[in-house]
Design a binder for this molecule. Structure first.
Ligand code: FES
Length: 143
């Protein structure tokens, strides 16, 4: 039986590896993280967060095509989404969006998701240090 994600790149993963989206540092950002994985490759993510939304996200990698595909898809999953949602992006979400990765490359999606989350945590620390409200105030209903 053919098992998806073993041995071959999906058309979506091939496409993101060949033409990665959101590659390179953001000019304006308020969160950044760089992590070197056990494979020795380093990924770096930048986020621009405003009013609880990740308005922009970008990445670089020193790694292979699958890390390009994973980083690219991870930024696509993050951009325009609520910070809470973005911080919940996991390896399996990146893999699902890519249509899988070969077994040996699945950790690229883990490194990618972890580095994005670390960039969001860097934003949270930055915002807290400046007393910036992390969420817009919510109106309390009086019933
Ligand atoms: Fe190193 Fe994928 S990130 S092989």
């Amino acid at each position: 039986m053919e098992t998806e994600g073993h041995g071959a790149f999906s058309p979506t993963a091939q496409e993101h590896a060949a033409a990665p989206r959101n590659y390179g540092p953001l000019e304006d950002y308020n969160g950044n993280a760089r992590i070197t994985g056990p494979c020795g490759d380093t990924m770096e993510f930048w986020v621009a967060v405003w009013n609880g939304l990740v308005e922009d996200a970008s990445f670089t990698t020193t790694g292979c095509g699958s890390s390009l595909a994973a980083g690219s898809m991870t930024t696509c999953l993050a951009r325009g989404r609520a910070l809470d949602t973005v911080m919940g992006i996991q390896q399996e979400h990146v893999l699902a969006a890519l249509g899988g990765l070969p077994e040996a490359a699945r950790h690229c999606a883990l490194l990618s998701a972890n580095t994005l989350r670390a960039a969001c945590e860097d934003y949270l620390a930055w915002a807290k240090s400046r007393g910036i409200a992390l969420k817009p105030p919510t109106k309390k209903e009086n019933d």
